[in-house]
Design a protein around this ligand. Structure first.
Ligand code: ADP
Length: 428
């Protein structure tokens, strides 16, 4: 884990080791949201309790059957977890605990590993309990979660599928569908960078590439060779980092060059299966790279994702792209999908030599259209050769946080999305 603020940097001095004999965070919590107990290969057992408040760990305590070093490691792990989100706490490693303690004797370093493993297990328990009691589940509409009862017009199999889909969708806080009126406007690039930036801001993010005609997310995210693991019942997404995972139709095709020629109902089935079978776990955001246009596939996605979904419509500034967007906004209103806003990509080029702006495809069309259609305008991202290079290299531009006009414009957009979602935290 990088850039962690350590509460203690001084090492285990005699005073500190006394402190770990009687740590203040020793013993079970009377109320807790997550709990785990692990016995390490050395035979010592460690037990952690976590209590949450507003998405952060507000109280953490432990016990152990081990002696001094195990107490020190357990105490430090629970201190480090305090005030962090479960995702951040799950990233606390053995090395972080050792560094915070100023080291342990070589033969006792495994105590820090046991502590970090127990902490991870407790955060997983926390997520499981949250999913089981998810209030979203009760809020779902009849198309999804009130699927407790089988409808007259559906078979047992369809009923099960609907329930499975509802269960998955209920574990996702926000769903953002990236739409565009036509191809080539940068929709996938935007989806990849948005997912990357949200994950960098500490959110748990899934990126789903449902562009059955040209799945480009695996390449853009540098996971082209990713193998999808899973069972009959569920598919495991391919991890890009601890809190960012990708699933793409591209992973399931034999060759990235194979064209996909499926009929509408089959595509609907694939999309449903994707949404229902991918084991994302608890997510703050699912970013969906949808196929361009307003045909069957965007329609399927809009219908299947259920509540808490919004659309970002990507356009370029010129007239022809703008008229496609008009259709896209109308489509969203027809399928009752709220439009988070219009995003104008490839909006002018800054001359790398003199800095002067050249409006290759005109500029401002997206903003004018947003005003005309009464939807928010999210911003303008200029043409930037670095975007192309980053995409070709399989590292989304925002991953390395470069100083470029496109990156700055992008971060502004992500910040306004986070603010609009009221999810409580801005960019770090
Ligand atoms: P879509 O998903 O809409 O078909 P892509 O995301 O695949 O579009 O982008 C099409 C091409 O445009 C890619 O080569 C991509 O690198 C490039 N591109 C996208 N946005 C920008 C930008 N702001 N500046 C420069 N090139 C861009």
């Amino acid at each position: 884990m990088k850039n962690i603020d350590l509460p203690i940097q001084s090492g285990v001095s005699p005073q500190a080791s006394e402190r770990f004999e009687q740590p203040r965070n020793y013993g079970p919590l009377d109320r807790f949201d997550g709990h785990a107990q692990i016995t390490g290969p050395c035979g010592d057992t460690m037990e952690f309790w976590l209590r949450m408040n507003e998405g952060r760990i507000a109280a953490a305590s432990f016990t152990t059957t081990g002696c001094g070093p195990a107490r020190a490691a357990g105490s430090m792990a629970t201190e480090l977890a305090m005030g962090r989100s479960p995702t951040e706490a799950a990233r606390i490693e053995q090395a972080d605990i050792l560094a915070a303690l100023g080291g342990l004797p070589k033969e006792s370093e495994h105590c820090a590993l046991l502590a970090s493993d127990t902490l991870k297990a407790a955060t997983e328990d926390l997520e499981r309990r949250k999913a089981d009691n998810s209030p979203d589940c009760q809020q779902c509409d009849s198309a999804t979660c009130s699927s407790k009862e089988r409808r007259q017009d559906e078979s047992e199999g369809q009923f099960r599928q609907r329930q499975a889909l509802a269960r998955r969708m209920c574990q996702i806080g926000h769903k953002i569908l990236i739409l565009s009126g036509k191809g080539g406007v940068g929709k996938s690039t935007i989806a990849a960078n948005l997912a990357t930036a949200l994950a960098q801001a500490g959110r748990r993010v899934g990126l789903l590439d449902i562009d059955v005609h040209g799945p480009s997310i695996p390449k853009l995210m540098g996971v082209e060779t990713g193998q999808v693991q899973g069972t009959e019942e569920e598919l495991l997404p391919v991890k890009v980092s601890d809190n960012l995972a990708v699933m793409s139709i591209g992973f399931l095709l034999r060759s990235s060059r194979e064209p996909v020629i499926w009929r509408g109902p089959r595509k609907h089935g694939v999309i449903r299966q994707f949404l229902a079978d991918v084991a994302w776990g608890q997510l703050d955001y699912l970013v969906v790279d949808a196929p361009p246009g307003t045909g069957d596939e965007p329609m399927s996605i809009a219908q299947l994702v259920g509540s808490s979904a919004e659309a970002i419509i990507v356009t370029t500034p010129q007239e022809v792209a703008i008229s496609d967007v008009r259709r896209c906004v109308t489509f969203c209103s027809e399928v009752s999908l709220p439009v988070m806003g219009i995003l104008e990509n490839m909006s002018g080029l800054l001359c790398p030599k003199c800095g002067e702006r050249i409006d290759l495809f005109k500029r401002g069309g997206g903003m004018a259209l947003a005003q005309e259609m009464g939807v928010p305008f999210l911003g303008q991202i200029p043409i930037d050769p670095q975007v192309v290079m980053a995409g070709d290299a399989g590292r989304p531009l925002l991953r390395d946080g470069p100083q470029s006009p496109a990156a700055e414009a992008f971060f502004d957009v992500v910040d306004s999305i986070l603010a609009a979602q009221h999810d409580g935290h801005g960019l770090p």
